[in-house]
Design a protein around this ligand. Structure first.
Ligand code: DP6
Length: 344
């Protein structure tokens, strides 16, 4: 007989960016970060995991294609979940856990958005993998610590709403965990618009990019030590008070500083393209026209823009985007007005 579970996990977008590790293996960051979890309707990963005596080896399929299960990060997640399951069997003597620990697993994961577009697919992917395996093995507890070992940003997708990844102080990473700042119900008027500037595969992946930045960028070290600690406090306060001006301005400044550290990396890394630069200028012009911060952009390791705004601004700003970036002319697409979402 076979045991099977299926779960979905949301994408998250960092408004205080994680960039740089102090421990590559455990994935311990050089600074804390904070993100908004997106609603699952439009951007999510769905993962099924099955365990059976019939299976002769662990196997994984991503978007229909079989991938190598021996990837170190996949192995970390599998090993940690199985460790928790063994602990539970030893403490409670659970027969079912005992049986499943002898089985191999088959895992199958799909995104409902293009992986190549660089829309934080690893975050939703590893969050979903860890949660699905935990359900399969019947284990509970601090799962963000395990998701973190798959991909740093994945630990934040274990919670909905507004989530901080506290960098922690311990060498073993036991206190480098995600914590919910506020649930998604806290700020229901907040909306997220995603502008896909290109579906091309990004040039430098986050893992390799941040490695080079840690090695070569003096600005990154200053950012981590002197800028981010204060920004974390200010960002949490802006969210608690639902102060969009403070939230939006900090979001844009932090995205800009992250891309400045990329430019300060040697050789430099460019994630923004000419479309991204036009988006930045349209956002600032829009805010200047109204004399207040109504929209705010953020960019990760790619040219796609994530735009934050409050609900009453969505329709008008979508019109502005359509006018400035006609979809038929360049093939660009955009998704509309997602609310803040819930956890896996
Ligand atoms: C720019 O979490 O993808 O999106 O830990 O090496 O898997 P690894 O990196 P990853 O990096 C995300 C970088 C970012 C900022 C963020 O999400 O905080």
């Amino acid at each position: 007989e076979m045991k099977k579970v299926t779960c979905t996990a949301p994408v998250n977008i960092a408004v205080i960016k994680y960039w740089g590790k102090q421990n590559e293996e455990l994935i311990l960051p050089i600074n804390s970060s904070l993100s908004v979890t997106l609603h699952q309707d439009q951007l999510k990963t769905t993962t099924s995991a099955a365990a059976s005596r019939e299976f002769t080896e662990d196997r994984i399929w991503l978007n229909g294609k079989e991938e190598n299960i021996s990837h170190p990060r996949l192995q970390s997640c599998l090993r940690e979940i199985r460790r928790l399951a063994r602990k539970r069997r030893n403490e409670e003597g659970d027969e079912n856990v005992s049986r499943i620990l002898n089985d191999k697993v088959h895992i199958c994961s799909v995104n409902n958005f293009p992986t190549a577009a660089g829309l934080a697919s690893s975050a939703a992917g590893y969050a979903c993998l860890v949660y699905t395996l935990a359900k399969l093995y019947g284990v509970e507890g601090e799962l963000s610590e395990i998701a973190r070992q798959g991909s740093g940003s994945a630990c934040r997708s274990m919670y909905g709403g507004f989530v901080q990844w506290v960098m922690g102080e311990r060498d073993d990473g036991k206190d480098s965990l995600a914590k919910q700042v506020e649930p998604e119900s806290h700020w229901p008027e907040l909306r997220v618009l995603i502008l896909v500037a290109t579906a091309e595969k990004k040039h430098v992946g986050s893992t390799a990019g941040m490695q080079t930045s840690v090695e070569t960028s003096p600005l990154l070290k200053l950012r981590a030590d002197l800028v981010v600690p204060e920004r974390m406090e200010a960002m949490i306060e802006s969210i608690r008070k639902k102060d969009f001006k403070a939230f939006g301005e900090l979001t844009m400044k932090d995205s800009n500083q992250f891309h400045a550290t990329c430019l300060d990396t040697y050789p430099p890394i460019f994630y923004l393209n000419s479309v991204s630069q036009r988006v930045i200028s349209v956002v600032h012009q829009y805010n200047t026209y109204y004399g207040q911060t109504k929209v705010a952009y953020s960019f990760d390791a790619g040219p796609n823009a994530v735009i934050f705004m409050l609900e009453p601004t969505v329709n008008e700003f979508v019109e502005v985007v359509k006018h400035c970036f006609p979809p038929e002319s360049n093939g660009d697409t955009y998704l509309k007005g997602l609310p803040v979402g819930s956890a896996v």
